[in-house]
Design a protein around this ligand. Structure first.
Ligand code: GRF
Length: 191
């Protein structure tokens, strides 16, 4: 069986989708770390009985927050670290510490429209093909090696809300599936 730690900042719908997507597998979400104390993701973690910790970035250097996060991750020794709407940029040293273990979900077809406002920018661009990307995290912002992409066709008069809803539904289907596959291939069974 494999374990995944999730880092999230906000709503946490992908976090919940990952927990549910692993429910009937040998794999588990072993940890949630969030950087915003009142984020809805903490309510979800409580309801789903996932150990959850708040790590503040407020009034401190990034490396101090990352040291706390790394300690929590080290305690659980997960096979994978999944970013699910985590709105902080991880330092190169944090990424290197968990090399090839950190994955992220992005609501556009990378390399198009990276960054925090990717989906809005994609919508405004008018492009007919929209979609999502799951990728490994490297030192850049949304630049790491792509693991899986799936796309949808957008109708010309479709509202942003409708696009966002369909993109989220796609994320909730694809991200847990990719994490399941990665855990199945990387997790080491206890002897
Ligand atoms: C998702 O759209 C994800 O692609 C992006 O942040 C959003 C998080 O949504 N990285 P949620 O908090 O999982 O609902």
């Amino acid at each position: 069986m494999g374990n995944v730690a999730v880092l999230a900042s906000g709503n946490g719908s992908n976090f919940e989708a990952i927990v549910e997507g692993l429910a009937n597998t040998p794999h588990r979400v072993c940890l949630l770390v969030g950087d915003r104390r009142n984020a809805a993701v903490f309510d979800r973690a409580k309801r789903l009985s996932i150990p959850a910790y708040h790590v503040s970035y407020h009034n401190r250097e990034r490396y101090e927050a990352e040291t706390d996060i790394a300690r929590l991750i080290d305690e659980k020794q997960p096979d994978l670290v999944a970013l699910a709407g985590f709105m902080r940029i991880l330092s190169a040293s944090f990424v290197d510490r968990f090399a090839h273990k950190i994955v992220n979900i992005h609501p556009t077809l990378l390399p198009e429209h990276p960054g925090a406002h990717g989906l809005k920018e994609c919508y405004r661009s008018g492009s007919e093909r929209i979609g999502i990307t799951v990728h490994f995290v490297d030192h850049g912002v949304d630049t790491g090696p792509i693991i899986r992409q799936e796309s949808l066709v957008r109708s010309p008069d479709e509202s942003f809300e409708s696009v966002e809803r369909r993109i989220h539904a796609l994320e909730h289907r694809v991200y847990p599936a990719v994490i399941r596959d990665l855990l199945a291939s990387t997790a080491t069974d206890p002897a």
